[in-house]
Design a protein. Sequence first.
Length: 78
Amino acid sequence: MEILSDNETVQRFDGKLTDYCAIGVQECWRVWPETRTVEVLRLAPEGAAVVAAYEETQSLTSINLPDLIVPVAGCFKP
């Protein structure tokens, strides 16, 4: 899970994704605090792709752990 803070740049985040792909990480959740949304990305050696986007009122499902269902609202401070 990567939470995009005010000082996080897209370039820095993309660099992290490149590193995650290179070491074999298969999934990443990108949390957008301003819009209170979460994107689920599939990671592979050739790069990352958003496979789903969820709003605060929804629950997200992991790609690799399909039994893991997380309410998006739980990713944010109340």
